[in-house]
Design a protein around this ligand. Structure first.
Ligand SMILES: [Zn+2]
Length: 162
């Protein structure tokens, strides 16, 4: 895992002296033993100022609320339409029906919440490429500062790979 030097300014708005960090993660899939696939999740912390941190936190909460609403709508649709499609549902004990709904709802909240957070919140700061071991910042100015500070590491790495 590479160690990066971060310029001393907010990676989103370039304000000086960032007091907070925003965590971004990325997963890399590698072939494991047999036919299995190993998923390795890397995360890194990007410096952000208080104002951007509050904005990102708010957006993140909003993403989870939207995810809960999506799950609520899906569960509502299942409760209304499933008995019409499958007439045997009411022969199952209620605990199984309720358990299945909770499980489906949880998966929808987790999946759509993760998706919205990655797409709307994290990507507004930057994204992390585990294969290339690089960070792509949304702010071009920050990217230029970051590249300038970490140029020596790129050179070190290419030397090691040769
Ligand atoms: Zn900022």
């Amino acid at each position: 895992m590479s160690h990066w030097d971060f310029p001393d300014c907010c990676s989103k708005c370039l304000a000086a002296g960032p007091a907070q960090v925003w965590k971004i993660s990325a997963s890399e899939y590698k072939p494991g033993a047999g036919n299995s696939t190993v998923c390795i999740t890397y995360s890194t912390h990007l410096p952000v100022c208080d104002r951007c941190y509050r904005g990102l936190s708010g957006m993140s909460w909003l993403s989870w609320i939207v995810a809960c609403m999506i799950a609520g709508l899906a569960i509502g649709a299942i409760v209304i339409y499933a008995p019409k499609v499958n007439h045997h549902l009411d022969t199952f004990p209620p605990i199984i029906n309720v358990g299945a709904l909770v499980l489906i709802g949880g998966l929808i909240v987790w999946g759509s919440g993760w998706f919205l957070n990655t797409l709307l919140v994290d990507s507004s700061v930057g994204s992390f490429d585990p294969t290339e071991k690089t960070i792509h910042f949304t702010s071009r100015e920050y990217q230029a500062k970051f590249d300038a500070m970490n140029r020596h590491q790129v050179e070190d790495r290419s030397w090691m790979e040769v």
